[in-house]
Design a protein around this ligand. Structure first.
Ligand code: CA
Length: 229
């Protein structure tokens, strides 16, 4: 699974509504995980680290608000944007008042176009390389839409895996990524790839980045992994 395809966790108990929304999200290029209730949603968050969560207010057993509150207290989930979907505007007022930590709110019936725009706004904040923007780091510029990478104005040729690695690094310069985290993000969990494969592609990325000169911006962090800068 490519890192350019953001994963949306959709939590909605009504199958018809869930499928319509999932269909639209998939048509927009998102990978969609479906959950019918809170317990399922909490499990999927652990297993699959979604990039964004669309959370219905009215759910069986645990309410959407309560799920939102629980997710936002987890360290591994705090930065994942949550958009709450609710049936009435009074509910949205309550969500705001309750300070659940939701990042945005949409009222049913919502327009799909509006919802997509909100999803993109949230993703632009946390996963900019997935929504068609330019990322910059020192003299390196990566355009996620045209897949062009330049350094000091000169175009660099990168393979698809090297491009994804660089996009991941450029989203969070300075962050140290373990080999396992890079495997999850670049190759996905479904495919068995040895961690040494990561080293091979890091080597290729370094070669591509320094082809026209300049220092190697990729840092090896002993016993931890890799970082940009
Ligand atoms: Ca519902």
């Amino acid at each position: 699974m490519s890192s350019e395809q953001p994963t949306v966790l959709l939590v909605e108990d009504e199958p018809a509504q869930r499928e319509v929304l999932a269909y639209n999200l998939e048509a927009e290029g998102f990978r969609v995980l479906r959950a019918g209730d809170g317990e399922e949603a909490m499990m999927m968050v652990e297993e699959d680290a979604p990039d964004i969560i669309l959370l219905d207010w009215m759910l069986p057993n645990i309410s959407g608000i309560e799920i939102c509150r629980r997710l936002k207290t987890r360290p591994n989930c705090r930065d994942v944007p949550i958009i709450m979907i609710s049936a009435r505007s009074e509910e949205v007022d309550r969500v705001r008042g309750l300070e659940t930590g939701a990042d945005d709110y949409v009222i049913k019936p919502y327009s799909v176009i509006e919802l997509m725009a909100r999803v993109r706004t949230q993703l632009r904040r946390v996963r900019p390389s997935t929504v068609g923007v330019q990322l910059g780091f020192e003299d390196i510029v990566l355009d996620s839409e045209t897949h062009r990478v330049t350094r000091a104005g000169k175009e660099l040729k990168l393979g698809p895996t090297e491009f994804r690695l660089l996009a991941t690094f450029m989203e969070k310069p300075g962050r140290v990524w373990s080999r396992e985290q890079l495997l999850d993000r670049i190759w996905g969990r479904d495919i068995y790839v040895d961690t040494r494969t990561v080293d091979v592609h890091i080597g290729r990325l370094r070669k591509a980045l320094t082809r026209h000169g300049g220092t190697d911006p990729v840092r090896t962090v002993r016993g931890a992994g890799y970082a940009l800068g």
